[in-house]
Design a protein around this ligand. Structure first.
Ligand SMILES: Nc1ncnc2c1ncn2[C@@H]1O[C@H](COP(=O)(O)OP(=O)(O)O)[C@@H](O)[C@H]1O
Ligand SMILES: N[C@@H](CCC(=O)OP(=O)(O)O)C(=O)O
Length: 265
């Protein structure tokens, strides 16, 4: 058993958890996620959800099977998908009597002290009101140009940044895989799950491969970058399979699931 004491928790879900391979919403996973997070709030915990899926859901909405190559097309898809995603969250959370609020972020907002403080004030106020903030990158405005970097690039690192900024006790990252393996398990049958990681160095990054599905973005590399940020801030992260998001209860009950990233005492 692992002892995990966490009052303020950030949960990150990837596109691969929220959508089926055919582009349709994975309603079972979304429902279980909403049920689990509402349950945690009822237990008195403070919960923030970082949810990907805008582009993936937009693709499904418009009946497209491939992510388009141009930025404006991707941004248009995100605009469509984000509203659909929030509509579904609103519906499912309301079944459990849980209120939600949307926070869309860009890098510059978190870099600039005044806007950063405004965002943090919003988080604190929502959490005090027992509302779950649902965070995504503001994909329709985020760009990555020579002199204008507003993009986080991936929600794995965004979730770590949020967890650190609001001083969360734990980041639970839900993906389409049981945790971090010593090599990419989609390629190697003998890959072994690593239960605990205390340090992330070049050797650790060498074990990480790319994304699993065509809708995921960063693969294991961005999850390790997120974990490294967390360890540098002396914070804890767990990477686990989000196939059944109620796994969150098991994790918090101390069951040894997924990979725990934690600094040595
Ligand atoms: N060492 C590794 N351990 C686990 N998964 C790995 C590893 N290397 C590469 N991967 C891939 O990373 C994928 C998860 O990342 P990604 O597809 O971006 O998911 P998400 O949508 O949840 O962010 C896994 O499905 C797997 O194919
Ligand atoms: N902001 C993007 C998410 C990008 C992203 O990091 O996706 P994922 O690898 O599925 O967590 C979207 O909502 O589509």
């Amino acid at each position: 058993m692992r002892h995990i004491e966490a009052q303020r928790i950030v949960v990150k879900v990837g596109t691969s958890t929220l959508t089926h391979l055919n582009g349709k919403l994975n309603l079972q996973a979304i429902d279980q996620l909403c049920y689990s997070l509402s349950g945690l709030v009822n237990e008195g915990k403070e919960v923030v959800l970082v949810s990907s899926g805008a582009i993936g859901v937009g693709l499904g909405q418009l009946g497209m099977s491939e992510r388009p190559s141009t930025i404006p097309e991707q941004q248009a898809l995100a605009a469509v998908g984000q509203t659909q995603l929030m509509t579904v969250y609103q519906q499912r959370f309301s079944v459990y009597g849980q209120r939600i609020g949307q926070i869309l972020l860009t890098h510059d907002v978190m870099d600039y002290p005044t806007s950063r403080q405004n965002v943090l004030n919003t988080f604190e106020t929502l959490l005090k009101l027992k509302i779950i903030p649902i965070v995504n990158e503001n994909d329709t405005v985020a760009v990555d140009e020579l002199d204008h970097h507003t993009k986080f690039g991936d929600n794995d690192q965004l979730s770590a940044l949020v967890a650190i900024s609001i001083d969360a006790d734990l980041l639970i990252m839900l993906s389409d895989i049981n945790g971090f393996y010593d090599k990419n398990p989609r390629k190697f049958d003998d890959a072994k799950l690593l239960y605990t990681i205390n340090e992330i160095n070049d050797e650790t990054f060498d074990k990480a491969g790319g994304r699993g599905t065509k809708l995921g973005t960063g693969g294991m590399t961005t999850k390790l970058k997120a974990a490294k940020r967390m360890l540098n801030a002396n914070k804890t992260m767990i990477l686990a399979n989000g196939e059944n998001p109620s796994v969150i209860f098991k994790i918090l009950n101390g069951e040894q699931l997924g990979t725990l990233f934690i600094n040595k005492e």
